[in-house]
Design a protein around this ligand. Sequence first.
Ligand code: CA
Length: 518
Amino acid sequence: MMKHIQHRDSPRYIQVHPDDNVAVVVNDGGVASGARFSDTLQASENIPQCHKIALADIPRDSEIKRYGQVIGTALTAIRRGSRVGAEQLSMPSAPPLDRLPLSDGASRDQTPLQGHTFEGFRNADGTVGTRNLLGITTTVQCVAGVLDHAVERIRKELLPLYSNVEDVVALTHNYGCGVAIDAKDAYIPIRTVRNLARNPNLGGEALVIGLGCEKLQAQQIMHEGDRSIDLQEPWFYRLQESKTGFKEMIHQIMSLAEARLQKLDKRRRETCPASELILGMQCGGSDAFSGITANPALGFASDLLIRAGATVLFSEVTEVRDAVHILTARAKTPEIARQLIEQMDWYDHYLHLGGADRSANTTPGNKAGGLSNIVEKALGSVVKSGHSAISGVIGPGERIKEKGLIFCATPASDFVCGTLQLAAGMNLHVFTTGRGTPYGLAMAPVIKVSTRSELAQRWPDLIDVDAGRIISSAGSLEDLGWELFHYYLDVASGRKRTWAEQHRIHNDLTLFNPAPIT
Ligand code: CA
């Protein structure tokens, strides 16, 4: 896809598609006014790294193209060689949802990839964990302080006795009471809490701590849908059952935890086919490199995983909305394309109710990183999904029903998306970043991939994989894609630990609650 890359030490740009009339400057530190590229192009002003340069004179009101797609129209005449920023282009309207291709019917089946495995923990419900974690979920925020205290003691006093259990995680959140529990969209946070507790990395089941008087009752988390719970096994405690106060609460939680730890400790890693991986992909702190280095590398690795029979989730509705015309064509069936459109439509409506639109997505950091608007950001974001057919669509908080490439509808907000992908059943997470973020999750390993080598060098103890090498060392996309694929299997097997795991840094679970708070 990269048409033109000049010699690495001279002023360089990358033009993604032959139709593009803008390209991205790739030199660390950008290029100075007067800098001459190896062809006849000369920068007519200073242009920072990641920012766009006009490859041709662009008359006022004419289209500006990147990725072979229109990212805006010129608000003024733009001269060849000048910087093209957000202030010079008007944003096109989003693709109308009633005129999208419903599935082009093309077969995207590729040769199956066989023989790739990882070492995972098999669960009774058929899923496979990449980690063996004790999960303790909650029905309401009221219990979070007590539970955090108990978890600290469990980690210190009990965990060392059960060496096959890797950690203990409190699934605390801000839902459960003071909410309109029967409101139209309340099913989203409720099913999220329920499905989080079933995440494969928790052995498919979690202990539950409640208060007693809250609206969200434990049965709603554990007993709805297709789940059946072994009632013989202690799995639930309400703090209001305590007759003597805090110490008793801690003792009760620790007793429940110890019983569960004994069970989890008997588990051992066993060889599982790569098809048991459920990889969640997302990006955060994106820049104009995201769509030419890290995201295409993820896309290549995603296609490999799909060929190996695995499940790959991509998400972030506001970063998909403006590229949805590319995706609906790739849906396996017209019905799947319609489900994708339904999710876009739901979100358009949700934003509208809040008096916002899709332009609310782009951040000051995105713009400093050369991304002019959400159209350009979305076109670079969906590259993560590779070239495979889309074989399923799930709503926010829903659990996956089939394997393959799945669109998991979530907001683009990093921690909300991560939380919803965990609820979908993700057992491994990969995250691309250009501006840099220390993001992590407690329930699944997070592999962080930088879009630029400069970031990877500056943050060597936070970035796991440097995709900037595609530009800085002229590395090939294919090599990096394969490297990622093998890295996924190594991390899933526990042979490698991500930086976020090593430092034990993770963000809070953050529920998506479009329903009213009371
Ligand atoms: Ca994100």
